[in-house]
Design a protein around this ligand. Structure first.
Ligand code: CA
Length: 179
């Protein structure tokens, strides 16, 4: 079983079942949603690694879904759009989507995009593991010894402060929610 978790967001039942059947046959873990609100709530509760998102949803614009999810999630988002929605696709990419597929797409193309996303995730994870020292301006964190220094001076932090700091450092430039 593939350990990557995929969220499929598509209101068209035939397209949705084509995608989920493909994922099942290729042993991917998946959950599916048919509306934008359902997608946002599943994303918050299940933390998918990859989201396949249809832009034309019944309750809200797919772009709105991306903007909402992007306030806390770093999941790879692949948009699925119908032909002739080029401006929507550009807006979606600008809102934080990573890649796109245009309907009708082939199963092979879908699987290739998923594999490409999976490789990028592995590079990112490997990069973190190979680089145990984080620096940003005067701040430096050695993840192996859990030592934090600011302008060369050691900073003593509580366990929670340390966890908050490493979370912020893993998400430099992004807005994080309180939780
Ligand atoms: Ca649709």
């Amino acid at each position: 079983m593939n350990e990557m978790k995929i969220l499929v967001v598509e209101d068209d039942r035939s397209v949705s079942s084509l995608i989920t059947t493909t994922l099942k046959l290729n042993q991917y873990n998946y959950i599916s949603a048919g509306t934008g609100n359902e997608a946002i709530s599943l994303c918050a509760s299940h933390h998918p690694d990859l989201i396949l998102l249809d832009l034309g949803l019944p309750d809200m614009d797919g772009i709105e879904v991306i903007r909402t999810i992007r306030t806390w999630s770093g999941a790879v988002i692949i948009i699925i759009s119908a032909r002739g929605e080029d401006s929507d696709m550009i807006a979606a990419l600008d809102s934080g989507a990573d890649d796109y597929l245009t309907k009708p797409f082939s199963i092979e193309e879908l699987l290739a995009r998923i594999r490409a996303a999976q490789r990028r995730m592995q590079y990112i994870r490997a990069g973190r593991a190979e680089n145990p020292v984080f620096t940003n301006g005067d701040l430096s964190i050695d993840y192996t010894s859990r030592q934090v220094t600011l302008a060369g001076k050691e900073v003593r932090l509580t366990a929670i402060e340390y966890r908050l700091l490493t979370l912020l450092c893993a998400n430099v430039g992004k807005v994080l929610t309180h939780s």
